[in-house]
Design a protein around this ligand. Structure first.
Ligand code: FPP
Length: 241
């Protein structure tokens, strides 16, 4: 593990596709939800470790627009796990300077969970040490579609000129408007797909894929990935910086 104590705050934005909870549980003969529960513990550890790793923005893919196809038991279990996480971690997040946000289409979620999302967002709105964003009922295409509708409505109302729509206006219409683009996207469990995560925002992101299943993924694994990431030369389509 890298010596993290001397790391300056780089304002790094790391996004994670937390994959492999189901396989982790199934390999042990346990219900899939046990894997998700262990996964939520990993989330807690990673949130605590992120500032020490130089991460300012941590964005986690918790539930995709496609995940509704899972069994009702698993969907309800995941939703209640998120509710429990918010209630249990609220005071710790405030103590640790964590600002929590959610991206994705909340309108389909249980109104009680929506209220909890609004509550924790308001409760942590003054925090700035770590920006934790959780993607729930999130899909990159769905997000772009909703942003397009917003811009089209503004154009129809004469508020913006459709001929002059800029990338910055598109950024501002996305769920991620308050966040910088991700620098690094990590996917666990050996899958090497993008899976509809941050499609617009990932234009210049680096990707790292690790075979480790999410319930086994520790801050030490992320520290190793960040060591490799630091060695990469990022060109943003131009010359090396
Ligand atoms: C993917 O593994 C993981 C998910 C769909 C859920 C991720 C949710 C958590 C880690 C817990 C809740 C999150 C927070 C922020 C408290 P999978 O089930 O697709 O695994 P598999 O590919 O092995 O089946």
């Amino acid at each position: 593990m890298a010596d993290m104590s001397l790391w300056p705050d780089t304002g790094l934005h790391v996004a994670v596709i937390m994959d492999g909870n189901g396989r982790w549980a199934t390999q042990r003969g346990w219900p899939r939800l046990v894997g998700h529960r262990k996964g939520a513990e990993r989330v807690r550890e990673l949130v605590a470790a992120s500032p020490k790793l130089g991460i300012r923005y941590l964005t986690l893919y918790a539930f995709s627009t496609e995940n509704w196809k899972r069994s009702t038991e698993e969907v309800l279990g995941l939703m209640s796990l998120m509710g429990r996480y918010i209630r249990r971690e609220a005071s710790r997040m405030s103590d640790e300077g964590v600002r929590m946000r959610f991206i994705g289409d909340r309108s389909r979620l249980d109104p009680k969970l929506q209220r909890l999302f609004r509550w924790i967002e308001a409760q942590t709105a003054g925090n700035d040490r770590l920006h934790l964003t959780v993607a729930v009922n999130y899909g990159g295409r769905d997000e772009i579609m909703r942003a397009t509708r917003t811009l089209a409505a503004q154009a129809a109302a004469g508020e913006i000129d459709p001929e002059a729509i800029t990338a910055a206006q598109i950024d501002a219409a996305l769920d991620t408007a308050p966040l910088p683009d991700p620098d690094l996207i990590v996917r666990t469990s050996g899958e090497t797909r993008v899976s509809n995560f941050l499609l617009w925002q990932a234009a210049y992101a680096e990707y790292e894929f690790t075979p480790t299943l999410w319930p086994d993924f520790t801050p030490a694994h992320l520290a190793q990935i960040l060591d490799r990431f630091d060695l990469r030369e990022r060109r943003y389509g131009g010359v090396a910086l």
